[in-house]
Design a protein around this ligand. Sequence first.
Ligand SMILES: Nc1ncnc2c1ncn2[C@@H]1O[C@H](COP(=O)(O)OP(=O)(O)OP(=O)(O)O)[C@@H](O)[C@H]1O
Length: 506
Amino acid sequence: MSNTATELQKTRDEVNRLVHNWQTLLDVMPEMVFLVRDDFIIEYMNRSAKACFGDLCSRSCCDDLRQICADCRIFTPEESDAASATTAHKLTEAVVKGISVEYSAVPFIGYTGEQLIMIVMRDISQRKLHEQEISDFNTNIEKILEQKIAELQESEELRRRLSRQVNSLKNQLGFHHRADKMVGSSRAMRELREMVHQVARSDATILITGESGTGKELVANLIKETSNRADKPFLKINCNAINDSILESDLFGYEKGAFTGATSRKKGKFEIVNGGTIFLDEIGDISSRMQASLLRVLQNGEIIRVGGTEPVKVDVRVIAATNVDLAKAVQEKKFRLDLYYRLNIINIDIPPLRERKEDIVELVSHFVNHYREAFKKDIDFVPKSIINRLLLHDWPGNVRELENLIQRAVLMAKGKMITEQDLFFDQNKFGIDGENRSLDVQSRIGVLPLKGILAEFEREVIEQALRKFKGNVSRAATELKVGKTALYDKMKRYNISAKAIKKGVA
Ligand SMILES: Nc1ncnc2c1ncn2[C@@H]1O[C@H](COP(=O)(O)OP(=O)(O)OP(=O)(O)O)[C@@H](O)[C@H]1O
C-alpha cells in the first residue's frame, strides 16, 4: 500500500473512531437529543429520544417540535459563540406529544453549510406530577385551614353568645357568684353584676361611683374576687381617713431620713401589695400632691418613695371609689383632668336605692335574717304595711340607711314581727342634727345584754359627735379623746358614714 493510501486509511479509521465515540456518547446520554433541519425534517434522534417518542428520523417534526424550532433563532456568524452558548443553557419547559419536557435548543450551521437545530430535552413529567401534587396539597391545606378557622370563629361566636345568654339567665334566676354579697335583682343590679363580670378579669383601672351607702365597697370586693388577682393581696385604703403626708408614706413608702423618725427605709402599700389590687376609697378627696403621685402609678406603673428619687416598678391593679362628682371637681380645678381620665377608664356607677326600689323587699329580708341571727331574735315576719312604708321612703342614705333601720327595728321588736313602733327613720324621729336623740334604755333591758346596750350607746355617742362636728372625724376623735384609727374602726363596726353625716343624710 502506498503511503497516501495508508494515510487515507488512517484518517478514515480515525473518523470512524470519532463517529463511533460520538454516537455511543449520544446514545448513553439520559437526555434526549434531536437534530432538526431547517425544513423541519428530523435528521437525528439519540436512543433516549427514540425510546420516548419512537423513531421519527427523516420524518417531519410534530407541531410541538416545530414550535420549538420556530422559536429558536439562528445566529449570524458575526454573533458570538457566547450568545449561542447562553441560548444553549437556557432551559424552557414545553409539552411535546403530551409529555412534559424541559429543553434547550441551539441553532447552528452544519458541515455543508445547512442550517440545523439541536434540541436537548429531558422528560420532566414525574417532576411535574410531584409539583402538581404539592400544589394540590397546599391548596387543600389552605382550604382546610380556612374552613377550620371559619369553624373556630363560628364556635367562638357561639361560645360568646351562649356565655351572654348564661349570664343573663343567671341574672334572671338571681344567680350570684359566691363572692357576691350584693343583694338585689332589679334591672339596675343585674346590669351592674353583668358589668362587673365583664370588666373584672381585665387589669384595667376601675372607678366606682355612687352616693354614700350604695355599696361601692361591696362592688370593689366582688371585682377583686372575680378578677385574675382573686388570690393575690387586696388592700383597702380610705383616702379620707388619714392625713395627706401619712397617706403618701403609707401608700408609697419612704426612704431612710425622709422625715424625722424615718430611721430606715419602709415599703409602702403599693410595694407590699405588688401583684394584687388596691382599693382607694374616697379618691375624690386626695390632695394635688397625692394626685400627682397616683397619676405616676397609673401612667407608668411606678412609684417613688417619700424622700427618694428612684422610681420603683409596681404591678398593682387600682380600683377607686368616690361619691364626689369628679367631672365637676375637674371643672372646679380641684381634681386633675389627666388623673380623672386615667381613673375613669371603666366607670361603674351604682344607682341610689330610690331609683331601684324593687330591691327593697329583698334587702329587708336579707337584713332581717342577718340581724335576727346576730341578736338571737325570733322575728319571722315583716307585715306588708311595713314594706309599703319602707317603699314610700326615699333613702337618702341608701342601703346603709335601710340596713341601720332594720338593725334597730330587729333589736327593738318585741314579738315575732316588726311593727311601726320599731321603725326609726332618722330624719323623722331625730331630726337631722339629732338634738332630741335619746336612747330608750328601758325598752332594751331584758332584750339586750349589758354589752349590747352599751354598744348601742357607743354608736349613738359617735353618731352625735360626728353630727356635732359636721362629719369631721378628726375633730370628733379629738373631742371624744380616742385615736382617729380607733374611731374609724368603731364607725366601720357600727356602719356609720362620716360622709353621709356631712351631707346630713344619716
Ligand atoms: N346591694 C347590697 N346588698 C347588701 N348589702 C349592701 C348592699 N349595698 C350596700 N350594702 C350594705 O350597706 C352598707 C354600705 O355599703 P358600702 O360601704 O359598700 O357603701 P359605699 O357606697 O362604699 O359607702 P360610702 O361611700 O359611704 O363609703 C354596708 O354595710 C353594705 O354591706
